[in-house]
Design a binder for this molecule. Structure first.
Ligand code: COA
Length: 322
């Protein structure tokens, strides 16, 4: 049997930090409200001209360095993003070019906040099928570009950043399971109402910003994440206590705490970066993973549960031995 295994992680955050206090100057909000409702203290924002691919490149180089591979070993690039650099080509191709990698498949995955879990699942399938040996899997976002900075209900929630992993063929798992889901009938609760197929006019009119019915999203996220956890545990015939670390999508500390309660996990075993990163959509899980790997909390051989919920709605999990 061939399995896939993460052999390197990397992440990158833009230099500029926007605190809740900074946001108090932009919209009618308060540091207290944001922290109480979301757990967010600050977020990073890309500099002018700094793109999703630029962030992805930094994160990828760090993951490649940790894994010990050379760029030429990479035979697949998958990049999860909602904020592509260009309408085409895919940002994965732009990243491939910057890494001087040629010929292997490179494509973007658009599953919003669940994007990284989708991308990881796809790479795992290619590796298990024997078609890929060494995949670079990235989540990278410049969400700040699609926020209405006058809308206090959304602009306080999101941030920019990138995370990456190198996923290699291995004789033992590695990735134990992935479960992916979507239900497009919830599109209207969390979306950017306009895209390129509707035409440039709406984009120019400034209607291409994140819209969210926060309360409805919150309830769905909490219920769905509980089910995801059960699904992954049952599929692997393991118990809650077998999980060493929960590495959740970082949208809101209250959602993360609810999932931890469901798993009967103390928050000491949950990687929480939302206070410093905000919600970085597809980048949030690989960013959190890299933080906990580099600070020594996550160790080789431990069992991790990655889970996400996002616009679509999309949701999914990955259970893995690190
Ligand atoms: N600062 C101050 N007040 C704010 C505010 C802000 N930034 N944003 C909204 N409010 C106000 C609202 O206008 C409302 O005021 P009202 O009662 O006078 O009408 C009040 O706070 C409560 O709003 P509500 O939306 O019901 O708050 P909430 O407790 O649901 O918290 C979220 C809002 C967005 C933090 C919360 O719903 C949430 O986290 N949802 C999920 C978000 C998420 O995870 N999205 C991504 C999924 S990938």
């Amino acid at each position: 049997m061939i399995y896939s295994k993460i052999t390197g992680t990397g992440s990158y955050l833009p230099e500029k930090v926007l605190t809740n206090k900074d946001l108090e100057k932009l919209v009618d909000t308060s540091d207290k409200w944001i922290q109480e409702r979301t757990g967010i203290k600050e977020r990073h924002v890309a500099a002018e001209g700094e793109t999703t691919c630029d962030l992805a490149l930094h994160a990828s180089r760090r993951a490649i360095e940790m894994s010990g591979i050379s760029n030429a070993d990479i035979d697949m690039v998958i990049l999860a993003t909602t904020t592509a650099d260009k309408i085409f080509p895919g940002t994965a191709c732009l990243l491939q070019k910057k890494l001087d990698v040629h010929g292997c498949p490179a494509f973007d995955v658009q599953a919003v906040c669940t994007g990284f879990v989708y991308a990881l699942s796809i790479a795992d399938k290619f590796i298990r099928a024997g078609e890929t040996q060494c995949a670079l899997v990235v989540g990278s976002e410049t969400l700040s570009r699609i926020l209405d900075w006058n809308d206090r209900s959304t602009c306080v929630l999101f941030g920019d950043g990138a995370g990456a992993v190198v996923l290699e063929a291995a004789a033992e798992p590695g990735i134990m399971s992935t479960h992916l889901h979507a239900d497009g009938s919830y599109e209207h609760l969390l979306h950017v109402p306009h895209g390129i197929s509707i035409g440039y006019e709406q984009l120019k009119a400034g209607e291409a910003y994140v819209y969210m019915e926060g309360n409805a999203v919150f309830k769905m996220a909490v219920n769905t994440l509980g089910q995801i956890v059960d699904e992954a545990l049952e599929a692997n015939r393991i118990g809650k206590s077998d999980i060493d670390w929960l590495v959740p999508h970082q949208a809101n500390s209250r959602i993360i705490e609810a999932t931890a309660r469901k798993l009967k996990m103390s928050l000491e075993r949950v990687v929480v970066t939302v206070a410093q990163h905000g919600n970085t959509s597809a980048a949030s899980i690989p960013l959190a993973l890299d933080v906990a790997v580099r600070d020594g909390r996550i160790k080789k051989g431990q069992t991790l549960m990655l889970e996400a919920f996002g616009s679509g709605f999309t949701w999914g999990s990955a259970l893995l031995k690190f």
